[in-house]
Design a protein around this ligand. Structure first.
Ligand SMILES: *Cc1c(COP(=O)(O)O)cnc(C)c1O
Length: 410
C-alpha cells in the first residue's frame, strides 16, 4: 500500500486558531446579544483596502492581457525583471545595501517561501527556532522530517528553542552551541519586538563564525519608525555571507489576499555539500523556483510594482500610519490598565502580560466574556508565550477605539 509521510502525524493539531474559533462560537451561540458586539483582534490579517496606485496598476495590467500586442503568458519563474529591479533598487540599493536584481526571487507569499526554502537545505542541520514563534518555521521542519516527536509541552525533539521573554526583550541571545539554521523574525510576530543593530550584528558574527544560515523574516519591516532599528539583515556587514531574507507585500501593501512576496538569496551565500565542499545556494534556489514554480501572476506583479511609485509609497505610509495609530491607542489602553505591555511601537502587534496570574487561555476567556474582544493567547505561539496575549492592530479605527474603551472598563 502507498505510504504516507509519517512526519505529518507528528504535527500537533492546528490547535490555536481552530480553538479560538470554537470558543468564540460557543460564546456567541450562548449569548446572541453579546455576539453582535464581538470585535476580533485575533488574526494577523489586514483590514483596509488595497492602495489605489495598486488597483490602477492592476486594472491596467488586466487590459494588457486583453490585447494580443501586450498579452503576457508565462513570465520568468523568478519574477518579472520590472519588479525584481524595483525591489532591489528601492528596498536595498537606495538604502546602501548591495543586492542585485537577480538575487530577488518573486513568489506568492513568504509563508510558502519559509517552507519551500527547506528544499535546498540538507536534512541533518541543527535548527534554532525562537519560542514564542510564527508556527510555520516549526511545522515545515516537522513535515520535512527534521525533528523527532513533540513532548507534552509541544516542544519537538531536535529543535533548539531560543527562549524569548521579558528578560531579553524578546530577542534571543546567541547561544553557546553551534546551530546550522536559525530563524529570526524582526519586527516580530507575535511579540512585536524589534532587534537592535548590535543584536543583529551579534547574530551575523555568530553565523559567520559557525557557518550558520540565518533565515531572516522581515514581513513587518514597513512598521519600523525608529530610525535606529534595522529594516533588513543586510544592513549588517557580512550578512550577505550568512543570511536569506524573506519579505512580503502582505502587511505593507495589504496583499494578504492578493499574494506577492519575495526572497533575497545573495550569490555570496555558501553552504556545504555532503563531502564538505562549499557551494553557493543561489543556483539551487533558482533551480528550485524554475522547476517547482511558474511565477506570480503578471497582474499581481504589476500591482506590487506600483507600491514603489511615489503615490504607492505614500499610500503604503498611510496604511502603516492607520494601523500604527490603532496600535498606539490599544497600547495606551493596556498600559493604563496596569498590564505589562511590549511591542506595538515598531510593529502592529501588542504583546501583553496577563493580570492576576491568569493563563493565556483564561485571559482569552475573560476578554471574550467580559469585553467581547477576541485576542490571541500567547501560549499558542510556544510555551514561553504562556502568561501573555497578543492584540492585533489590524482593524478599523472605530474598532480599535472601542476595544480601548472596553479594556478601560474591565
Ligand atoms: C504575515 C506574515 C508573513 C507573510 O506571509 P505571506 O504568505 O506573504 O502572506 C510572513 N511572516 C510572518 C511572521 C507573518 O506574520
Amino acid at each position: 500500500m502507498v505510504q504516507l509521510n509519517d512526519n505529518y502525524l507528528k504535527l500537533k493539531a492546528g490547535y490555536l486558531f481552530p480553538e479560538i474559533a470554537r470558543r468564540v462560537k460557543v460564546f456567541c451561540d450562548a449569548h446572541p446579544e453579546a455576539a453582535k458586539r464581538v470585535i476580533r483582534c485575533g488574526i494577523g490579517d489586514v483590514t483596509e483596502p488595497l492602495p489605489s496606485a495598486v488597483v490602477s496598476a492592476m486594472h491596467k495590467a488586466v487590459d494588457d492581457m486583453a490585447s494580443r500586442e501586450s498579452f503576457r503568458g508565462y513570465g520568468p519563474e523568478q519574477g518579472h525583471e520590472f519588479l525584481r529591479h524595483a525591489i532591489a533598487q528601492n528596498d536595498y540599493r537606495d538604502h546602501g545595501m548591495e543586492v542585485a536584481d537577480d538575487e530577488i526571487f518573486i513568489s506568492d507569499g513568504s509563508k510558502c517561501d519559509c517552507g519551500n526554502i527547506l528544499d535546498i537545505l540538507g536534512h541533518k542541520n541543527v535548527l534554532g527556532i525562537t519560542d514564542p514563534v510564527y508556527p510555520v518555521y516549526v511545522d515545515t521542519n516537522v513535515m520535512a522530517g527534521h525533528t523527532g516527536e513533540a513532548n507534552e509541552a509541544g516542544a519537538y525533539e531536535g529543535i533548539h528553542y531560543l527562549a524569548c521573554d521579558a528578560s531579553n526583550g524578546f530577542v534571543p541571545e546567541v547561544p553557546k552551541e553551534k546551530l546550522d539554521v536559525v530563524y529570526l523574525c524582526f519586527p516580530n510576530n507575535p511579540t512585536g519586538a524589534t532587534a537592535t543593530r548590535a543584536q543583529l550584528a551579534a547574530w551575523v558574527a555568530y553565523a559567520r563564525a559557525h557557518g550558520t544560515l540565518i533565515l531572516f523574516d522581515a514581513a513587518y519591516e514597513a512598521y519600523i519608525s525608529d530610525p535606529e532599528v534595522p529594516h533588513s539583515i543586510y544592513e549588517i556587514p557580512g550578512a550577505r555571507e550568512c543570511a536569506i531574507e524573506f519579505r512580503s507585500f502582505s502587511k505593507n501593501g495589504g496583499f494578504t489576499g492578493t499574494r506577492c512576496a519575495f526572497t533575497v538569496v545573495p550569490k555570496t551565500l555558501l553552504a556545504a555539500t555532503a563531502t564538505g565542499e562549499c557551494k553557493p545556494l543561489h543556483p539551487l534556489w533558482n533551480r528550485r523556483m524554475s522547476t517547482k514554480f511558474n511565477g506570480v501572476s503578471y497582474i499581481v506583479q504589476r500591482g506590487a510594482e506600483a507600491l514603489y511609485t511615489p503615490e504607492g509609497k505614500q499610500q503604503v505610509r498611510g496604511l502603516i500610519e492607520h494601523y500604527m495609530g490603532n496600535a498606539a491607542i490599544l497600547r495606551a489602553a493596556v498600559q493604563q490598565a496596569g498590564l505589562p505591555v511590549f511591542g506595538g511601537v515598531n510593529a502592529p502587534y501588542i504583546w501583553v502580560g496577563t493580570p492576576d496570574g491568569l493563563t493565556s487561555w483564561e485571559m482569552f476567556d475573560r476578554m471574550l466574556t467580559q469585553a467581547n474582544v477576541v485576542i490571541t493567547p500567547g501560549s499558542g505561539f510556544g510555551s514561553k508565550g504562556e502568561g501573555y496575549f497578543r492584540i492585533s492592530a489590524f482593524n478599523s479605527r472605530a474598532n480599535a477605539e472601542e476595544v480601548a474603551r472596553r479594556i478601560a472598563a474591565l
